[in-house]
Design a binder for this molecule. Structure first.
Ligand code: COA
Length: 389
C-alpha cells in the first residue's frame, strides 16, 4: 500500500519587506542579501498572525468535508509555540472543523519536527488505511533587528494531508535519520528571539546532510542517478545551493545538470517568503511541484530535513501521475503577489511588538489580514481568542 502526500498547501502573512531595502537600511551591499543569502522578500507576521492562526489558514486552504471526516490525527510541528502546555494542534483541529474523535499533538525539534510528524503519520495510516493525518509546519523565524540572522527571518505555515493511495507523492519507508547534541541554534525560554552560531549551523547542516545521505545510499543501494530532483531544508535559499553542491561534488555531469536544473523552481516560494523553520523543506517541495516542469511519471524526489540542536533525515518519495492537477498554483501565486510591502520603519515596529507578558487582556488590530482568514483577535483572561476575520 502506498502512503504519502495527498494534499499540500501553505499560508504566509500578507505583509513583507524587500531585501534590497533592508540591506540599504543596514548599510550592507544589497547583493549580499539577494545573491549571498539568496532572498528577495521576507514575510513579516503582524501580532494577529501567530503559529496557530497561520497553521489554521494553511489547513483551511486544503481541507474539504471528506478530509475533515477522515482525519483522526493532527500533528503540528513548531518552534514558535504559543503555550507551554496546550498544543497548537488542538486549536487548529477546532478552527479547521475536523471531526472530534481525533488526536491533536504538538511536536518540537527546531526545523525538523514536521518530518517526525510525517513519519508518525505513515505509521498511523499503515495501521488504519482508511484514516488521514493532517501535518502542519508553522513558524515565525525571528532573530531580531540588526543581528546576523536578520536577513534570514520569515513567517508562514505548510499544511499536508497524508493518506493511503496519495495523489501527489508516495513516500518511501526507508528514510535515514540521525541525532547529535550540539548548540548551533536554540531559543531559551526567556527569549522571543532565536540565538544562533550562524557559521557553525551552516557547517552542522552540511555535516548532517553528507552523513545521512551516505548512510541512506548504503542502506538503499540508491545513488544520485535514482533521483530526478532534490529538495532541502531552506533557511535561506543559498543554503539549498550549498547543500546541492555538497551532494553533487563528485557526481556525473548528467546528474549534476539534472539536479541543478530543478534548483530555481524549488526555491521560488522560499525566496519570496524567507525562513519558515519547520515548513521550509515542504515549502521548497511545494515550490518545485508547482513552479517546476511536470516531473516524469514516478520520478523520485530526495528530501533532506534538518533541525538544529540537531536532528537530520534523508527520505524520498515518488511523484504520482497527474499530480499537477492537485496543486494550488494560482492560489499560491496570488497569495504572494497580493501582499503589501512594509516600509523598513513599519517592519521594525512590528518586529518589536509582543503580547503583554503579565497576562493583561489585549485586543489586536488585524487589518493586514484578508477577510475569511483566521486571526488572533486578542487575549482575554490569559486565553488566546482566535476567530475568522
Ligand atoms: N555580493 C554577493 N555575495 C556576497 C556579498 C556581496 N556583496 N557580500 C557577502 N556575500 C556572500 C558571502 O560570500 C557569503 O557567501 P557564502 O556563504 O557562499 O560564503 C554570504 O554572502 C553570506 O555572507 P556572510 O559574511 O557569511 O554573512 P553573515 O556573517 O552575515 O552570516 C548567516 C550569514 C546565514 C550565517 C546568518 O545570516 C545567520 O546566522 N543566519 C541564521 C542561521 C541559519 O539560517 N543557519 C542555517 C542552518 S540551519
Amino acid at each position: 500500500m502506498e502512503i504519502g502526500i495527498d494534499k499540500i498547501g501553505f499560508y504566509t502573512p500578507e505583509v513583507f519587506i524587500d531585501m534590497e531595502k533592508l540591506a540599504e537600511a543596514r548599510g550592507v551591499e544589497p547583493a549580499k542579501y539577494t545573491i549571498g543569502i539568496g532572498q528577495e522578500k521576507m514575510a513579516v507576521a503582524p501580532l494577529s498572525q501567530d503559529a496557530v492562526s497561520m497553521a489554521a489558514n494553511a489547513a483551511l486552504e486544503v481541507l474539504d468535508d471528506e478530509d475533515k471526516e477522515a482525519i483522526d490525527f493532527v500533528l503540528l510541528g513548531t518552534e514558535s509555540g504559543v503555550d507551554h502546555s496546550k498544543s497548537g494542534a488542538v486549536w487548529v483541529h477546532h478552527l479547521a472543523g475536523i471531526q472530534k474523535y481525533a488526536r491533536s499533538v504538538e511536536l518540537k525539534q527546531a526545523c525538523y519536527s514536521a518530518t517526525a510528524a510525517i513519519t508518525m503519520a505513515m505509521g498511523h495510516i499503515s495501521l488504519h488505511p482508511d484514516r488521514k493525518v493532517l501535518v502542519l509546519g508553522t513558524d515565525i523565524a525571528k532573530y531580531g533587528l540588526n543581528t546576523g540572522g536578520e536577513p534570514t527571518q520569515g513567517a508562514g505555515a505548510v499544511a499536508i494531508v497524508l493518506s493511503a493511495n496519495p495523489r501527489i507523492l508516495a513516500l518511501d519507508a526507508d528514510s535515514v535519520s540521525m541525532s547529535e547534541d550540539i548548540s548551533d541554534f536554540w531559543r531559551p525560554l526567556h527569549s522571543d528571539y532565536a540565538l544562533v552560531d550562524g557559521k557553525f549551523s551552516n557547517q552542522a547542516y552540511l555535516n548532517f546532510l553528507t552523513d545521512v545521505w551516505g548512510e541512506y545510499k548504503q542502506r538503499t543501494h540508491r545513488d544520485l542517478s535514482d533521483f530526478e530532483a532534490l529538495c532541502f531544508h531552506v533557511p535561506y535559499t543559498k543554503m539549498g545551493k550549498k547543500a546541492l553542491k555538497a551532494l553533487t561534488e563528485q557526481a556525473s555531469e548528467e546528474d549534476t545538470a539534472r539536479l541543478m536544473g530543478y534548483y530555481e523552481p524549488s526555491i521560488s516560494y522560499n525566496k519570496a517568503v524567507g525562513n519558515i523553520y519547520t515548513g521550509s523543506l515542504y515549502l521548497s517541495l511545494l515550490s518545485l511541484l508547482e513552479q517546476g516542469p511536470e516531473l516524469p511519471e514516478n520520478a523520485r524526489i530526495g528530501l533532506f530535513s534538518y533541525g538544529s540542536g540537531a536532528v537530520g533525515e534523508f527520505f524520498s518519495g515518488k511523484v504520482k501521475p497527474g499530480y499537477k492537477s492537485h496543486m494550488m498554483k494560482e492560489a499560491h501565486e496570488s497569495l504572494l503577489s497580493n501582499r503589501r510591502e512594509l516600509t523598513i520603519e513599519e517592519y521594525e515596529a512590528i518586529l518589536q511588538q509582543s503580547l503583554p507578558k503579565d497576562g493583561t487582556d489585549v485586543a489586536l488590530d488585524f487589518e493586514e489580514t484578508s477577510t475569511g482568514s483566521v486571526v488572533l483577535k486578542g487575549v482575554q483572561d490569559n486565553i488566546r481568542q482566535y476567530g475568522i476575520k
